[in-house]
Design a protein around this ligand. Structure first.
Ligand SMILES: [Ca+2]
Ligand SMILES: [Ca+2]
Length: 784
């Protein structure tokens, strides 16, 4: 399973993704050729003409893909495959003017389409790069560097191609490049020596009119940090200086195996751990497994044969190791790693672990660890147990509930025990009937590695199912999942709560990042098409001041909230007046009664002034890290003017329990660490670091369960920002929303992958989407 997933990841990591939108069946297939841009060409940030010819076609679809993030260009946003259609003119010529994008590497793909809808099966493409020329200052020449990328890491002794643009209003007369060793501060000379005398060599070409591409080639002789210092001149003495710094790596990484054990019992996994070091960064660690009895190596398809390697899991920085991104990869100067493999049987084996650095250099020591695997030892491995139903967050109406799961062991599972605990009372369900303090289990039916049971809740409530498996040696393992049952009365309400009504993830200039799903023109439109009204929360000050947090998100202004209400059917609730902590920890200054009232009930005036009359339905306490809202503040003043107030939890509310002090449970749609243990993101994620608690990327089926209506329940799911594609490195939010959802992660808990949210919406059933005021009215709480 792990190998298959790696193979998929490798395919997605390729530079070309060919997406045929549809394939026809015409006998003479239409065909297109791309004339411009040329393969590998460099362009400034300006409209780019894509042109070519086509035969047997009436139109051509022109798709432009960002090669790093794997997103396709659409007017206003980047996302899933999309391509403008242009007509094929007389003589077969076609042309499309792309408005241009931010600096980066792109691919253009042309799809010729015939009158009968059939398409070109060949799908020609061209790769090109966009770089940004700085704003021209009067008649000064202009220049920009496209490659190498800033802080790129290259192997010592391999030629580096420096490539850039130059432009002038008249003509560029000279482009020269000097090479400096940043460490020694010395300049390079063509005879191979270094000293403090500046010497610059001409690029090719070094003169030109308009905007032209120049190159310079140089091979770093030693390990070090280097700068290309570029000087561009025009005929009137104007100059422009630009530079690019990069690293040459002469030192191979080092691999250390910390697991000292060399003999393992059979029947379960052999586990290896270690560290890997490289001054510039370890990119990967690979392992090759040898059966010393047969002399054959383990292959990725599970057979034995010729030498082959597989990746082990990097677990992230260790002992102060630094994380960085270069060459499009995540790197660590010192990283932990782990590898688990279940041998097919007893035998003599050998594992060869090899670290590989950012420059592609391998640890030449190739640490080889011989080990033996004996017969099964039933005491060696505890069983593994999992619950497949209910899934977390699942809600039920009246009637029996089916529990199911799996249990496995290296030798044998002796029994599976189930417990149901009431989260409302802390008591255990007693198989003889009723509830009690004693932890009494009941047994499910076993079939193979599966188990199942049915249980009928005696009444509504919130419960936890715990499953415990024991093996023949008495070793045990357990797992638990919460679920809820409503009273079965009334609709199954769901509130989709857009926290702080975020317009999208932004960069340092408060512009939407590529891959961030915009609220307008995308998210709000999709939800309106689905007939889902959304409840947005608003911090009064943010809406008043047109507030944008360049590290996180842009927030809706009052006019935008009014547009969302009028055109999209949204309603809005209060997230406080000024976003100050209303319940600071004991010992810190506490807000006065006047402040509490102004921040809570007082905020309603601003909503009324903008026509939002339903803000009384729910109050959201501002961020209160470590000091949740108190019942005292909730009863005075919040509950005197709001029907309910938010507490974080499973997001499930039962009608019978929505009573004083009127807290309701809200669940946030979390990103964070991924779900595939074979990947680094399971252990470590940029910005977030090492996983230390239970927060993990929410599986789409859990989100679908949250969005499914259950009579007598009100489920509140809080959403923030949605992302597409992948972004690694730089400042602000990073993410990977490509491939299988188990590999998805985001570097903040306030973002989630758009494709998984769509999948959850598609799976969800039976919800009556409503705002809190609607539920408060229906449930008899009314407007306080
Ligand atoms: Ca190295
Ligand atoms: Ca066992």
């Amino acid at each position: 399973m792990r190998i298959r997933r790696l193979a998929v990841a490798a395919l997605l990591g390729g530079s070309v993704i060919v997406v045929p939108p549809f394939v026809g069946s015409a006998v003479a297939a239409p065909a297109a050729q791309i004339s411009t841009p040329g393969e590998g060409t460099l362009h400034s940030r300006a409209p780019i003409t894509v042109s070519g010819t086509a035969t047997g076609a009436v139109s051509v679809r022109v798709g432009i893909q960002d090669r790093a993030g794997k997103l396709w260009w659409r007017a206003g946003a980047w996302g899933d495959y999309s391509a403008p259609v242009v007509p094929v003119g007389p003589g077969g010529a076609w042309s499309y003017t792309w408005p241009g994008g931010e600096p980066g590497d792109y691919l253009v793909q042309a799809v010729a389409t015939a009158a009968d809808g059939s398409t070109d099966p060949a799908l020609p493409f061209r790769r090109f790069t966009v770089t940004e020329l700085p704003a021209a200052v009067s008649a000064q020449p202009d220049a920009a560097i496209a490659e190498p990328a800033k802080d790129a890491i290259v192997p010592r002794g391999r030629e580096v191609v420096l490539r850039g643009l130059a432009a002038d209003d008249v003509a560029v007369t000279d482009v020269r490049v000097a090479v400096r060793n940043v460490g020694t501060q010395q300049w390079w000379h063509p005879n191979g020596t270094w000293d403090t005398n500046y010497e610059a060599l001409q690029a090719t070409p070094f003169t030109g009119t308009g905007t032209f591409v120049w190159t310079f080639r140089w091979t770093p002789p030693e390990d070090g940090q280097y700068t290309f210092a570029v000087k561009v001149r025009d005929g009137s003495g104007g100059t422009r200086d630009i530079s690019r710094t990069f690293f040459a790596d002469a030192n191979a990484p080092a691999t250390t195996v910390t697991t000292t054990r060399r003999a393992f019992p059979g029947g379960g996994p052999v586990k290896w751990e270690g560290v890997a070091d490289d001054a510039r960064g370890v990119a990967s660690v690979v392992v090759a497994l040898l059966d010393r009895g047969t002399g054959k190596w383990l292959r990725s398809d599970g057979t034995w044969g010729a030498y082959q390697r597989r990746a082990v899991t990097l677990t992230g920085p260790r002992d102060g190791g630094k994380a960085s991104v270069a060459n499009g990869q995540q790197l660590f100067t010192r990283t932990g790693w782990s590898f688990a493999w279940t041998p097919p049987g007893p035998g003599n084996y050998q594992a060869e672990f090899t670290a590989i650095d950012a420059a592609g250099q391998e640890d030449s020591a190739y640490p080889r660890v011989p080990f033996t695997v004996g017969g099964p030892d039933s005491a060696a491995f505890a069983p593994e147990v999992a619950i497949t139903a209910p899934i977390l967050g699942k809600g039920y109406g009246t009637g029996p509930i089916t529990f199911s799961g799996t249990a496995a062991d290296d030798t044998s599972v002796r029994e599976v025990r189930l417990y149901v605990i009431s989260r409302d009372t802390g008591q255990y369900w007693q198989p003889t009937g009723g509830w009690g303090p004693a932890a009494v289990s009941f047994r499910p039916a076993l079939q193979g590695s599966g188990w199942s049971a049915t249980w009928t809740p005696p009444s509504y409530g919130n419960f936890t199912l715990r499953a415990e498996a024991a093996d023949d040696r008495g070793l045990t393992a357990s797992v638990a999942v919460p679920f809820s049952r409503g009273s079965g009365a009334g609709p199954g309400y769901v509130t989709l709560l857009a926290s702080r009504s975020q317009l999208g993830a932004v960069d340092q200039n408060c512009q939407l990042r590529r891959g961030s799903v915009p609220l307008f023109g995308d998210l709000a439109d999709d939800l309106r098409t689905r007939g889902i009204p959304v409840t947005g929360s608003v911090v009064v000050r943010y809406a008043d001041e047109n507030f944008c947090d360049p590290a996180l998100a842009d927030y809706a202004t009052w006019p935008e909230t009014e547009r969302l209400r009028e055109e999209y059917g949204w309603s809005f609730i209060s997230h406080s007046a000024n976003y100050i902590n209303l319940t600071p920890p004991a010992g810190q200054p506490q807000p006065t009664p006047q402040t509490l009232r102004a921040e809570t009930c007082g905020s309603l005036d601003a909503f009324a002034a903008h026509g939002h009359q339903r803000a009384w339905g729910l109050f959201l306490y501002p961020g209160y890290a470590g000091s949740p809202p108190t019942t005292a503040v909730q009863l005075d003043p919040v509950a005197t003017c709001f029907a309910y107030a938010r507490q974080y939890g499973y997001g499930v509310n039962l009608r019978e329990q929505a009573i004083s002090p009127y807290f309701v449970s809200v669940q946030g749609l979390a990103g964070n660490w991924c779900n595939d243990p074979a990947l680094t993101c399971y252990h470590w994620v940029p910005v977030l670091g090492t996983r230390t608690d239970g927060t993990r990327y929410a599986p789409p089926e859990q989100v679908a369960a949250m969005l499914s209506g259950v009579p007598g329940q009100w489920r509140i799911l809080q959403i923030y920002k949605f992302l597409r594609g992948k972004r690694l490195g730089g400042t602000g939010t990073q993410w990977d929303c490509t491939g299988d959802w188990r590999t998805h992660w985001t570097s903040d808990g306030e973002s989630y992958c758009a494709n998984d949210f769509t999948s959850a919406l598609n799976q969800a059933r039976g919800a009556t989407y409503a705002d809190p005021a609607t539920v408060a009215t229906a449930w008899g709480r009314g407007s306080p």
